[in-house]
Every structure is written in structure tokens, then in C-alpha cells.
Design a protein around this ligand. Structure first.
Ligand SMILES: Nc1ncnc2c1ncn2[C@@H]1O[C@H](COP(=O)(O)OP(=O)(O)O)[C@@H](O)[C@H]1O
Ligand SMILES: [Mg+2]
Length: 235
């Protein structure tokens, strides 16, 4: 990303809106969001259901585009990128972890983790070695051949985290990553995400759980599609 500068923000949103037409009217899912995130930061995003948290992560994760406003990713204006380039940027720079894992049911854990490498054109032997190492680091080496329905919730989320980080992205976005897990598995997943953050990945976690939300140094609150508090803005 040639527009990047070592001191510039990793993520910079200004005046971002996203409106969904519903029936005859519009839902303002994002209603003027300004947000700057630096490399390696750890943020939690909290707020009522329907306040726009998932939409915000989807925009940051290049899974959705703003209607108005600007999103610079590592200095690069994403609004001007064709879909293909946006997809390539996402593949190399962003990992996404979802509440319901979003693993491909008919693929094994190893095959799920290998998907981004295949998309990136990494050769099969190289991919297999990287997948093996990633699964081993997450304590899943003996589950490599299991399909998602043969794994516990916590194991599924760890596979999803391995898939999200196999390309070594600079940004990891997690939307209610513990929302479908028991307390113990949830705690393991949070520890894992924080360990990844400790190795330098920027971590943005949407959560309903204040105990998880308060672990992040920087905490953001979203209401009605805008950021109503941010204890780290401008720092
Ligand atoms: N695809 C969609 N079509 C229509 N409305 C949507 C869509 N996605 C989200 N919304 C609406 O946008 C608002 C914000 O949704 P969301 O970002 O999912 O909130 P949160 O994650 O905070 O619960 C909600 O009112 C929701 O109903
Ligand atoms: Mg949501």
C-alpha cells in the first residue's frame, strides 16, 4: 500500500453514513461516524442492539461500503477502489471473526483455514504447511480433519480465528466473538484474540459483555449509528 505512512492511522473514517432502504423509508445504520485507529490498537465497541455496531465492522472490514463519507485504510481511499481491488485489500489486510463462526460446513478445519491462502494463490504445499502451523498454535492439530459439526463451539471459533489470521493481516475484526460460546470457551477466545493483539494486530471487538468490553484499553460506545463516547479519540 504505497500511500501508507508509518505514522498515519491504520483506519480513518470520516463522516461515514450507511442507510438501508426498508419498506418506504430508510434506516440510518451509520449516521456520521468519525473514527481513527492506529496500528496495533485494541478497541471494544459496545452499544444497544441495532445501534450499528455490525454495520460499522462491515464497513471497516470492506464487506460493505459507506453511502457517504470517507474510509482510508492505511492511507488509501477505499471509496475509489473497484470491488476486485477492495476484495484483494480485504484478503491481505483484514481478518473477520463472526458470532456464528461462518465456517464452510462441508470443509474440514484445515480446508477452512486454507481458503484465504487458496484465494491468494499460495501453492498447495506452502499452504498446507502454514495451515498445519496455525492449527498447531491454536492447539487444534488433532482436529485438522474434523468438519465444523464435529467440533465444539470454542474449537469452531478457534478455527475461524486461524482462518482470519492465516494471511497475517494488520486488522482483526470480531463481531460478538463470544456471543455463542459458554463462559469458559468465551474466555479462551478472548485470551487468544488478546494474544494476537499483543503480537501487533489491531483488534476491534464488538461485544455485549461489559466484562469483555472493559478489557480493552480503548472503549467506544455506539448509539443510533454514531459514536457517542470514545475514551481514546485523538490519542
Ligand atoms: N441489510 C440490512 N437491511 C436493512 N436494515 C439493516 C440491514 N442491516 C442492518 N440493518 C439495520 O441497521 C441498523 C443497525 O444494524 P446493525 O449494524 O446490525 O446493529 P448492531 O450490530 O448494533 O445490532 C438496525 O436498525 C438494523 O435493523
Ligand atoms: Mg450486530
Amino acid at each position: 500500500m504505497n500511500a501508507s505512512s508509518p505514522d498515519g492511522p491504520l483506519i480513518s473514517l470520516s463522516g461515514v453514513t450507511r442507510t438501508y432502504p426498508v419498506g418506504g423509508s430508510h434506516v440510518h445504520a451509520l449516521d456520521g461516524v468519525d473514527l481513527t485507529v492506529r496500528a496495533g490498537e485494541y478497541l471494544s465497541i459496545m452499544g444497544p442492539s441495532g445501534s450499528g455496531k455490525s454495520t460499522l465492522l462491515h464497513v471497516i472490514g470492506l464487506l460493505d461500503r459507506p453511502d457517504t463519507g470517507r474510509y482510508l485504510l492505511d492511507g488509501r481511499d477505499t471509496g475509489t477502489l473497484p470491488d476486485r481491488e477492495q476484495a484483494a485489500l480485504r484478503l491481505h489486510h483484514i481478518g473477520f471473526v463472526f458470532q456464528f463462526f461462518h465456517l464452510i460446513p462441508r470443509l474440514t478445519a484445515a480446508e477452512n483455514v486454507a481458503l484465504p491462502l487458496e484465494l491468494a494463490g499460495v501453492d498447495a504445499a506452502g499452504a498446507a504447511a502454514r495451515v498445519h502451523q496455525a492449527l498447531a498454535e491454536l492447539g487444534l492439530e488433532d482436529r485438522a480433519g474434523h468438519r465444523p459439526d464435529q467440533l465444539s463451539g470454542g474449537q469452531r471459533q478457534r478455527v475461524a480465528i486461524a482462518r482470519a489470521t492465516i494471511m497475517q493481516p494488520g486488522i482483526l475484526l470480531a463481531d460478538e466473538p463470544t456471543g455463542n460460546l459458554d463462559r469458559h470457551s468465551g474466555a479462551e477466545v478472548v485470551e487468544l484474540l488478546e494474544e494476537l493483539n499483543g503480537r501487533g494486530i489491531a483488534l476491534l471487538v464488538v461485544t455485549h459483555d461489559p466484562v469483555i468490553g472493559e478489557r480493552a484499553r480503548r472503549r467506544i460506545r455506539v448509539e443510533d449509528g454514531t459514536i457517542v463516547s470514545d475514551n481514546g479519540a485523538g490519542s
